[in-house]
Design a protein around this ligand. Structure first.
Ligand SMILES: [Zn+2]
Length: 149
């Protein structure tokens, strides 16, 4: 009887494990508090937000998605805009990193976020398309959409 209980417990634990893994896969892009895009594999989580004036803010969050201050991270963005390629530099402002210039005119062009955890760390390139249209399902901007499509 004891053995049976142990097997059942193990089976239950396995089910929970499988379920968690599947749920995590489905939500590739977690919802971020300021409506931006969560940058993959950043620790603490970095959120890329396009502001109304087309400047970009990078906010940081811990595992519980509570805001934390930027520390040693540095970011630059390359925008492959229709009018030409632009490089956008960032500076620290309060707890966040903010862009010194605005995103170039247009929409639907590719962005490469070059993210460094520390000044001498290997840069991490995060690529995605700028899409400022609003998603009909999650009501977030498409570049920050958390739906499965
Ligand atoms: Zn969506």
């Amino acid at each position: 009887m004891k053995a049976n209980i142990r097997i059942l417990t193990l089976a239950a634990a396995l089910c929970v494990g499988l379920f968690t893994a599947t749920a995590a896969d489905k939500h590739e892009h977690k919802a971020t508090p300021k409506g931006g895009r969560l940058l993959d594999k950043t620790e603490p989580h970095a959120e890329f937000v396009v502001e109304k004036d087309r400047t970009v803010t990078i906010n940081f969050y811990n595992e519980e998605m509570k805001p934390v201050a930027a520390t040693t991270q540095t970011v630059s963005v390359q925008a492959d805009a229709p009018g030409g390629r632009a490089k956008i530099e960032f500076e620290k402002k309060g707890d966040s990193l903010v862009s010194k210039t605005k995103l170039p005119e247009g929409d639907g062009y590719n962005l490469v976020v070059q993210f460094r955890q520390t000044a001498d760390a290997k840069p991490q390139n995060i690529r995605f398309k700028l899409d400022l249209a609003t998603c009909g399902e999650c009501k977030r901007a498409e570049y920050a959409c958390i739906c499965e499509h």
